[in-house]
Ligand binder design. Structure first.
Ligand code: WT7
Length: 649
C-alpha cells in the first residue's frame, strides 16, 4: 500500500458544506431527492434532464437502448449539433458578447474571445475543413499546444460531424503516428510550436516525422502559425491555417447529427501494449459535461471564471476546459505554459489577474506547489476563488488541507472528482454546497450514477476494499474502443458477465457511503495524474537494441504520486551511458512523460515457474519495502537479492 493511501485511510476530519442559497444544488436533501428520482424512474429522469439541458433539432423517442448490451445507446432518434449547443444557442439567448475563452500565454499575452467571435472562427475553420474534403464521420487528429485554435478545431469538427482525436502535444512522433494510423485520420491540425519554459516546443517537425513513416490516410496538414518558428512545408499537403480560414465565410450551417453520432476518439493507456481509442458520442457526452459543470462546480455562467489547468490532450481538457464550460455558456480560461514559469506563483497570479472563481487541477501540481512555499500564493489576491477541484489521482490529506487552507483560505469547498477517460465526466464527487467532505475521499456518486464496490465474484462488499464498478449505464459512457469491439467487452465488461462496468480501480466505501479510491488494480500507472501502461513502456524499452527483457512497475513518489521504475535485462554489457540512452529512447517512442525515473539492471527478472513476471515482488523491491509476496513459486530465489542490490548504485 502506498503512503498516500495509508494516510488517506486514517483520515477522519469532516468539513460540513457551507450554506449557499444560490447554489445549483444547495443541500444534501436536494441531492437525495435527485437520486431518488433516478431510483424511482431511471429513464424518465434522464429523459427530462436531456430535454431540459440540450437544444434538440429533433426530439428523441427512446432514452436508453439496452438491446445490444454492453453496447448501449442513448437518446436514440434525437438530432442535434454539438457546436450549436455550445455557441449559437448562447448567442441566440443574448450572451454573444460574453467571453467564452480567456487565453494567456506563458509570455503573458492575453486574448479574450467572445461567443460571437468564437462562433465566427469555428465556422471559418469548419468551412475550410469542408473545402479540404472532410465529411461527416471522417477523423481529424488535433496535435496542438493549449491555444484557442485547439478548441476552435475541436468545435469545427463537431460543426460538420467530423470525429476529432486530440493527441497530447508532448507525445512523440511515434505515438502520434500510431494514433493517426489507428484512427485512419484524413487531416492533422497542428501548430508550428507551443511556448514552454521560455522556449518553443516544436510540434510540426514531429508531425512531419510521424507522416514520413507511413500514415497514407493523411491528405492534409493544417498548420497554425503561433510560436513563430520556422517550419518546413510539404507542397500539396501542408496548408497554412490562417490563409485557409481568411478566405472563408464566418457562418457555416451546422450539420444535424444523431444523438449517437461519434464525437471524438481519445487514446488512453490500458494494461496491454497498444493504447486504446476511447470513443465518445454526441448527446450523452454533452449532457453530462453540462450537468457535472453545474452540479460539481456549481458553475454560474454569468459570473464564474472557470479554469481547468488540464491540457486538451487529456479527457479533463476535453470535458472541463472546452465542452463543459461552453455547453453552459460560461467563461473558460486556457493557459499555455508550465505552472512554475517564470516562478511558482504563476498559477496564482493568473487566478488573481483574471478573477478565477472555480479552479480545477491535479494533486501532483498541488504537491509541487506546496514544496515551493506558501509565499507564492500569499503574494496574490485569491479572494475570487469559491470552489476548488482536484482530479486524476488520490489526493493525500496534507495536499488537501493545504489546498483548503492556503489557496481556499478555508472558505472554498474542495471537490475531489473521480472519473476516467472512459466515463466522459465526473462520476463520484462532492457537490460543493451539499456534501460534507473528508480529505482523500471523492465522497458520493453523482445522481444517476450507480457506483458500487464488489469482490472478484461481483458480490457487494461493505466495510472493506474491493473493485469499483458502475452498475447502470450513464449517458457519457464510452461507446466502445475504436475498431476493437472485442477489447471493449474484454476490458470493461467481461469480468462481471456484461452486467457491471469495471473501472479498473480499487476502492472502499465507508459507513457514510463515502467512496475512497485506492488506485488501479491493473497494470496501469498513474504518473502525475497521467495514465501510462506498464506494457507500453516495456515494449518501448525492448525495442532498444541493447535490451533483452524489461519489466516496469510503479513506486510511490511524493510529488508525482507514482514514479516509473524499470527493471532491465541487457543483451550486451552494461555501460554508464545506457541509463540516459534508454530514457531518451522511451521518450522517443512514447513521450517524455513515460521516461523511467529509475532504471535497474539485472541478470534476469523474477518469474514464476510458469514464466510470469512477479510484478508485486518488483513493486516491493522498487519501493524499498519488505517483500510481502509469496516467493515460493519464484523460479530462481537468488534473483531477489541481486535485484535489491541493483538499486544501490
Ligand atoms: C484513472 C483514470 C479523469 C480525468 C483524469 C484521469 C485515477 C482519477 C481520481 C481521483 C483517485 C483518481 C483512477 C482512474 N483517478 N481521478 N479523484 N481519485 N484516483 O483520467 O487518464 O482516464 O485516468 O485516474 O485510477 O481510473 P484517466
Amino acid at each position: 500500500m502506498s503512503s498516500t493511501i495509508a494516510s488517506i485511510l486514517e483520515e477522519t476530519r469532516i468539513f460540513e458544506p457551507q450554506q449557499n442559497q444560490h447554489a445549483n444544488i444547495g443541500s444534501l436533501d436536494e441531492y437525495h431527492t435527485l437520486r431518488r428520482c433516478f431510483s424511482d424512474d431511471f429513464d424518465a429522469t434522464w429523459r427530462d434532464l436531456a430535454r431540459e439541458h440540450l437544444d434538440w433539432r429533433a426530439p428523441f423517442t427512446r432514452v436508453l437502448n439496452r438491446e445490444r448490451a454492453p453496447f448501449f445507446s442513448w437518446f436514440e432518434d434525437g438530432k442535434l449539433n454539438l457546436s450549436e449547443n455550445c455557441l449559437d444557442r448562447h448567442i441566440a439567448a443574448g450572451s454573444g458578447d460574453r467571453t467564452a475563452i480567456i487565453w494567456e500565454s506563458e509570455a503573458g499575452e492575453v486574448r479574450r474571445i467572445s461567443y460571437v467571435e468564437l462562433l465566427a472562427d469555428v465556422c471559418r475553420a469548419a468551412n475550410a475543413m469542408r473545402e479540404l474534403g472532410i465529411e461527416s464521420g471522417d477523423r481529424v487528429v488535433i496535435y496542438m499546444p493549449m491555444i484557442p485554435e485547439a478548441a476552435i478545431a475541436m468545435l469545427a469538427c463537431t460543426r460538420i460531424g467530423a470525429i476529432h482525436s486530440v493527441v497530447f502535444g508532448a507525445f512523440s512522433a511515434n505515438a502520434l503516428r500510431e494514433r493517426i494510423e489507428d484512427a485512419e485520420a484524413k487531416l492533422v491540425i497542428t501548430a508550428d510550436g507551443g511556448g514552454r519554459r521560455g522556449g518553443v516546443h516544436a510540434l510540426k517537425p514531429k508531425v512531419d516525422d510521424a507522416l514520413s513513416g507511413g500514415c497514407h490516410c493523411i491528405q492534409h496538414v493544417l498548420v497554425v502559425r503561433h510560436a513563430g518558428n520556422e517550419v518546413g512545408k510539404t507542397a500539396g499537403r501542408d496548408i497554412d491555417w490562417h490563409d485557409a480560414l481568411k478566405v472563408q465565410p464566418d457562418s457555416c450551417e451546422a450539420l444535424t447529427v444523431d444523438s449517437e453520432h461519434p464525437l471524438f476518439i481519445l487514446y488512453t493507456s490500458g494494461s496491454t501494449g497498444k493504447p486504446k481509442g476511447i470513443l465518445h458520442s454526441t448527446a450523452g457526452y454533452l449532457l453530462w459535461a453540462r450537468l457535472t459543470m453545474q452540479w460539481v462546480f456549481d458553475f454560474q455562467p454569468e459570473t464564474d471564471v472557470f479554469w481547468c489547468t488540464a491540457d486538451v490532450g487529456w479527457i479533463t481538457g476535453h470535458t472541463y476546459s472546452v465542452y463543459g464550460p461552453l455547453a453552459c455558456g460560461g467563461t473558460t480560461l486556457m493557459y499555455e505554459g508550465v505552472p512554475t514559469y517564470p516562478d511558482p506563483g504563476r498559477l496564482w497570479k493568473i487566478c488573481a489577474e483574471h478573477g478565477v472563481t472555480v479552479f480545477y487541477t491535479a494533486p501532483t501540481a498541488i504537491r509541487a506547489l506546496i514544496k515551493a512555499g506558501d509565499e507564492w500564493p500569499n503574494q496574490h489576491d485569491l479572494s475570487n476563488l469559491r470552489v476548488l477541484g482536484t482530479v486524476g489521482e488520490p489526493i493525500n490529506p496534507e495536499a488537501w488541507m493545504w489546498y483548503h487552507n492556503v489557496i481556499g483560505k478555508g472558505r472554498c469547498p474542495i471537490v475531489d472528482t473521480w472519473w476516467q477517460t472512459e466515463t466522459g465526466g465526473h462520476m463520484i464527487a462532492p457537490l460543493p454546497f451539499a456534501t460534507s467532505t473528508t480529505p482523500g475521499s471523492a465522497t458520493l456518486p453523482l445522481p444517476g450514477i450507480d457506483a458500487a464496490i464488489v469482490d472478484e465474484q461481483g458480490k457487494l462488499v461493505t466495510d472493506s476494499g474491493g473493485l469499483l464498478v458502475i452498475r447502470q449505464p450513464w449517458p457519457s459512457m464510452l461507446r466502445g474502443i475504436w475498431n476493437d469491439d472485442a477489447r471493449y467487452v474484454d476490458t470493461y465488461w467481461k469480468k462481471f458477465n456484461n452486467t457491471f462496468y469495471f473501472a479498473g480501480d480499487g476502492a472502499r466505501c465507508d459507513d457514510n457511503g463515502f467512496f475512497w479510491i485506492m488506485g488501479r488494480v491493473d497494470d496501469v500507472l498513474n504518473v502525475s495524474g497521467h495514465r501510462l501502461g506498464t506494457m507500453e513502456i516495456e515494449s518501448a524499452l525492448v525495442s532498444h537494441d541493447s535490451v533483452a527483457e524489461a519489466a516496469v512497475v510503479g513506486r510511490p513518489d511524493d510529488i508525482k504520486g507514482e514514479a516509473i521504475c524499470a527493471f532491465v535485462v541487457l543483451k550486451a554489457a552494461w555501460n554508464e551511458a545506457l541509463v540516459d540512452a534508454l530514457r531518451a529512447h522511451v521518450a522517443k517512442e512514447i513521450g517524455a512523460i513515460a521516461k523511467p525515473d529509475d532504471i535497474r539492471f539485472a541478470d534476469s527478472l523474477p518469474k514464476t515457474r510458469s514464466g510470469k513476471i512477479m510484478r508485486r515482488l518488483l513493486r516491493d523491491i522498487a519501493a524499498g519495502r519488505d517483500i510481502t509476496s509469496d516467493i515460493s513459486t519464484l523460479e530462481d530465489q537468488s534473483v531477489i537479492e541481486k535485484l535489491q542490490r541493483s538499486g544501490q548504485g
